[in-house]
Design a protein around this ligand. Structure first.
Ligand SMILES: CSCCC(=O)C(=O)COP(=O)(O)O
Ligand SMILES: [Mg+2]
Length: 227
């Protein structure tokens, strides 16, 4: 019996195009100004130090770090300090209503229904926990944060490593076999399955099918017998 559902965001609850065509360009265009204007902020300083470590170059100056961060955005690298900085930049975008967090209608409906049934809902995304809360807190249908019991990002581990899913199960205090993980990426589902989770692949528009995970086009394809 499934007691908790852990969901990915990009390509799963939310469209790839919202992340790649709205969020990423918004942060890319503002990264340099944001870093320069917050260079004295302790949180930003710590993230820049983490970015230098991830780049393997402790002596990079701020302009060098900015250039590295922009390269990572262009390469869609899931580097933890980059993801944290993007979240801080997106905060302004949500606050100014430059965009809403995109969540598919079927995902909103099923998340609400599972929440009503008492199934605990969690998020696991490469986007920072702050960015996850912002996205679900500012959707076109309102604040969806009350549906979720918790959020995880790559600070707990990489999404294609089974140990990340084991660590999340420990945090949830649940056996992995009672957690269903939803994602659009087979490698993430393989890692979750190796950790003992149940899995479901979302094959939304342009998505890639799997030979070995239950799958469907949207959340409505997640049949009650899977839960
Ligand atoms: C939290 S919204 C932005 C998502 C993001 O930055 C990203 O890289 C997508 O990662 P996911 O693990 O949700 O596929
Ligand atoms: Mg995804």
């Amino acid at each position: 019996m499934i007691r908790a559902i852990l969901t990915d965001i990009e390509g799963t609850t939310s469209s790839l195009s919202f992340v790649k065509e709205t969020l990423f360009p918004y942060a890319r265009a503002r990264m340099a100004d944001f870093v320069r204007s917050h260079a004295q902020d302790a949180t930003v300083q710590a993230l820049l130090a983490e970015a230098r470590a991830a780049a393997g170059n402790a002596s990079l100056d701020d302009e060098g770090v900015i250039a590295q961060l922009v390269r990572w955005i262009d390469e869609d690298r899931k580097i933890t300090p980059l993801k944290a900085l993007q979240g801080l930049i997106w905060e302004e975008g949500y606050r100014n209503r430059d965009f809403f967090g995109h969540v598919y209608e079927d995902a909103v409906r099923r998340l609400r229904s599972w929440h009503e049934q008492g199934i605990a809902l969690y998020v696991f995304s490469s986007g920072s926990v702050h960015a996850q809360r912002l996205l679900f807190g500012h959707t076109a249908v309102g604040d969806l944060q009350p549906l979720f019991s918790g959020y995880f990002d790559t600070r707990i581990g990489a999404k294609q490593e089974p140990c990340a899913y084991s660590a999340i199960a420990r945090e949830l205090n649940l056996p992995p076999s009672e957690i269903l993980f939803l994602s659009d990426i087979e490698g993430e589902l393989d890692a979750a399955r190796e950790a003992g989770y149940k899995t479901f692949l979302l094959v939304r528009e342009g998505g890639v099918k799997s030979s070995h995970h239950p799958q469907g086009a949207d959340f409505d394809a997640i049949r009650p017998e899977l839960l």
